[in-house]
Ligand binder design. Sequence first.
Ligand code: ADP
Ligand code: MG
Length: 619
Amino acid sequence: MTDVIHLLPDHVANQIAAGEVVQRPASVIKELLENSIDAGATRISVVIKDAGKTLIQVVDDGQGMSPSDARVCFERHATSKIKTADDLFRLQTKGFRGEALASIAAIAHVELKTRREQDQVGTSVKIEGSEVVSQEPCVAPKGTSISVKNLFYNIPARRNFLKSDSVETRHLIDEFQRVALAHPAIHFTFTHNGTEFFQLPATNYRQRIVGIFGGKTNEKLVPVKEDTEIVKIHGFVGKPEFAKRSRGEQFFFVNDRFIKSPYLHHAVTAAFEGLLKDKAHPSYFIYLSIDPKSIDINIHPTKTEVKFDDEQALYSILRSTIKHSLGQFSVAPVLDFDRDASFDTPYSFKDKPIEAPKIEVDRNFNPFDQETRPSSYSSSGYRKEPRAGEWEGLYTGLQEHQFDTAVSQLDQVEFESEQDAAKLFEDETQEHLENSIFQLNRKFIVSSLKTGLLVIDQHRAHVRILYEELLKNITVSAAVSQQLLFPLELSFSHREMELLAEARESLEQAGFIFSTMEAGNVQISGIPTPLSESEVPALLHQLLADLENEVPDTGFAYTDTLAKSLAEGMAVKAGVRLSTAEQQNLLNALFACKESSVTPNNKPIFITLSVDEIDKKFI
Ligand code: ADP
Ligand code: MG
């Protein structure tokens, strides 16, 4: 029998290795940027076309390469950064494996132009699927330019696996930001399809953060600093009151390299303990300098995980440093979220003279006077008139025939029908119906059924109603907007602007009117009718956080996430008093929904309590 084992040809081996290094366009930009930094660049420009699917180009003014290095750099394990295994323990560079360029060249069309300061002419190399197509002298400025075109052109399965342009662009921006945040002394630009996304001149750390996340970030930052033998820490944490629901702005850098560390993240959150609102995440930009000997960055191929020798010490140092900063900038003691605002006495009340409470008596009230009873009820102030104006808007679009379905569905849950009521209280039909519904704890709507009680969670019910309405609006017919007297101005980070631009059309269908949307600024001149103006900023930020966390692709999943998030934000909260008419409307609209029993997130909307169950409690 002949031998069956043979060595794989280089281009196949490279393609396989590429799978480890290059998952998506963002991996390419990361490797190229790191190479430019290792080459001592002071200016780096990134040019992207079609989310990196067509072109990713990185141009630097670094040390460049000699003509022969320009060819060799595409070989596997070709590196100028380490010579022996021992070098691994004193790494000062980002790269060291010598794999990136070989991998990228195996799965794309790559063009390299490079020139060292001391050379008269530069070198141009073209390489496609690991095959060198040409190498020739060329005119080139000092430094290196690498263009990566048609990524995964020879691995269609991989190419098809790429997400939508907006998702891939987001990943590209993420990687870019991580590198740019770690190197404020380098001038960076980032252009996508001809639009300049970032222009970041050389500066300090604080200004770099502001340059990336927008002007308003500055006031939100609290500086952090500590020097110990084990670690030097500097950077910023976001003030607790600005903490958002999205995890977006959380960055650790170790020796100028972005890393992920759930353990250190925990140390930061521990420092914020008691200062954050429910579900809010603190933002942080923490830079650690540690002796390269006491860390191992080699444990993950994409190098975002690090192993520290003395993790526990690092944890406590980090936590106490941040605690100290928060205390020093007197952020900590001011906040007390547990306090119930309703217990606060307004200052103006303190100085008022004490008066005996007045009792208002409705002298015309006659409990036996059937005719006048309803009106005397309201005139004596027992019950406010329903605030129709505010709530009517919620159910615009609820047509007559929908009401019919509502009624028929109500029958299914054995709702007490008008007829039955009529039999029992011939002359009080109307009133009986009204009394059969009430609000409990400003949270639940309780209604009587033929055979028991129905208890509806008002918030969840409204979420379901709005969700179905929004889905319809976004996909079929646009919703009605309310025009704002003065347009609302909001500012967003670059990343958020991306997400917003993507969601714009759907949001407009849902009732938003955007008058401008550019360079981090958004003007809103119309909003969906059920929404009040003050709720808009929180709603949009939450929406963007949801869209970001879910990373939904286009199509239904996207619309669904959008509708869910908007419905959650717009729905009436627990704690809001509803008039009887509002309760009734909510109930009708709920049972007119395609699905009335669970929220879009599959949580129960109502429970029923049968007479039997109630009977049992009396045993
Ligand atoms: P590594 O960065 O791990 O050494 P790469 O495959 O990324 O491996 O790069 C191989 C070599 O090519 C580097 O070691 C470096 O000498 C050279 N090189 C790559 N990019 C540049 C650049 N932008 N400027 C100068 N030299 C570069
Ligand atoms: Mg490299």
